[in-house]
Design a protein around this ligand. Structure first.
Ligand SMILES: [Zn+2]
Ligand SMILES: [Zn+2]
Length: 430
């Protein structure tokens, strides 16, 4: 941690906005409504690019609150609302993702999801296993609170409800990148954007933050190894793609360990699937491998891609096979703007309270909030949802069919985003 961050963390009296007491009172009053919204959304989860019901609920909520502008259908099902304060000031954005996952829920609540849907040609159970139901309910709560305070609000708040954070279905476009392309951050362009993610890794109500690279880039790797089919008893008559694939898998282990300066940032190269061959005495024509690449630095990301490609191709050539490498860039590194993080730490401290705001390690998972951060400075923070008495290390993690949220965290989430937005507006204005 650098010196200014340490100083900000220990500041005795973090400055609060003029609306702070009103925000906290309104959040307490709204807590039960936010929980009810979350339960309804939880019981009716929708997959990426299919968030029709969710988007409808969000849009009519913003309408009811008298928002100045509401754009629906952004990047398929996204909703962007603008709330103009009565007083002049800058623009800040808040983002919530809305999609559920193809996971069959295994919890036992009255609001447990029994939803089913088609996903990539298969029928699947659908669950808010990543907690995006919480994100939507929290942001609806923030919208209601700030709409109630608009006569004293100094500037505007843009509310971004985003589809398909967990990737759109195969063959479709979507998510944050598409929202940016469709102008979600234009007219007006915010000066900063804030978002949060609920996590099983922290106890309920605890806030996790990090400056700089926070979540990894995520890229998809596919390698096709082509040899020449032959009898398993006479390998010299063909070209064995299975042994070549094995050499490629081992070769890839050297990309991070032998070529990257791991004192700067960590990185991961994983092969998660290998397919080739049908029986013991046939050497097949080809093998297909799939994997994932995670980095925390865009230059390292490009370098690793280049090395995976050249090394695989060279190993193929050495075996007289061919390796075709295809890397698809999914999400960039989630980078929390250091100046913005430092400026907002007192807000997090005040919202979380003593001992409940922690500097968290990097996460090798990824987030398409990073696409918004490429356009405007952004801060993405974590909110613990694991119940007291449950060890966050062994709690069912996000994406598990048993992922469980302690709803006492929701009011903290509402307060956090509301205070971040208003504190930033007032600090920017003065
Ligand atoms: Zn997720
Ligand atoms: Zn998520």
């Amino acid at each position: 941690m650098n010196a200014p961050l340490a100083a900000a963390l220990t500041a005795p009296n973090p400055p609060a906005s003029s609306l702070a007491p009103a925000i906290d009172a309104a959040a307490t009053a709204l807590e039960q409504a936010v929980i009810a919204w979350r339960r309804d959304l939880h019981q009716h989860p929708e997959l990426g690019n299919r968030e029709f019901r969710t988007a409808g609920i969000v849009a009519s909520h913003l309408q009811k609150l008298g928002f100045d502008e509401i754009r629906s259908g952004v990047a398929h099902t996204g909703v962007v609302g603008l709330l103009k304060g009565a007083l002049p000031g800058p623009v800040v954005a808040l983002r919530a993702d809305m999609d559920g996952l193809p996971v069959a829920e295994e919890t036992h609540f009255p609001f447990t999801s029994k939803a089913r849907a088609q996903f990539n040609g298969e029928e699947v159970g659908v669950m808010h296993a990543c907690g995006h139901d919480c994100h939507v309910a929290i942001l609806m709560g923030v919208a209601e609170i700030l709409a109630g305070l608009r006569s004293q609000l100094k500037g505007s708040v843009k509310f971004i409800f985003q589809p398909a954070e967990e990737m759109p279905p195969e063959g479709e476009d979507g998510g944050a990148e598409m929202m940016v392309r469709e102008g979600a951050l234009e007219k007006p362009t915010p000066g900063a954007i804030f978002g949060l993610h609920v996590t099983s890794r922290q106890p309920v109500g605890e806030i996790g933050w990090r400056s700089g690279p926070t979540m990894a880039s995520s890229d998809k790797l596919r390698i096709d190894v082509h040899g020449r089919q032959t009898h398993g008893a006479a390998p010299w008559l063909g070209v064995d793609p299975i042994v070549t694939a094995a050499q490629v898998v081992l070769g890839l282990q050297t990309v991070v360990s032998r070529t990257q300066d791991i004192t700067q940032e960590p990185a991961v190269v994983t092969i998660g699937a290998i397919r080739g061959g049908v029986r013991e005495n046939i050497i097949p024509d080809s093998v297909t491998m799939r994997g994932t690449i995670r980095t925390f630095n865009e230059d390292m990301r490009d370098d690793i891609h280049e090395r995976i490609t050249t090394l695989s191709e060279a190993i193929g050539k050495g075996s007289r096979a061919t390796c075709r490498v295809c890397i698809t860039k999914n999400y960039p590194v989630t980078i929390n703007d250091p100046a913005l993080t430092e400026a907002m730490l007192p807000t997090l401290q005040r919202v979380g309270g003593e001992g409940k705001v922690v500097n968290v390690p990097k996460i090798t998972g990824s987030e398409d909030f990073s696409f918004f951060q490429r356009v405007v400075p952004g801060l993405f923070v974590f909110l613990g949802v694991t119940a007291p008495g449950v060890d966050p290390k062994t709690a069912a993690p996000n994406h598990s069919p048993r992922f469980t949220v302690d709803e006492a965290a929701l009011v903290t989430g509402v307060r956090m985003l509301a205070h971040l937005a208003v504190d930033w507006l007032e600090a920017k204005r003065s």
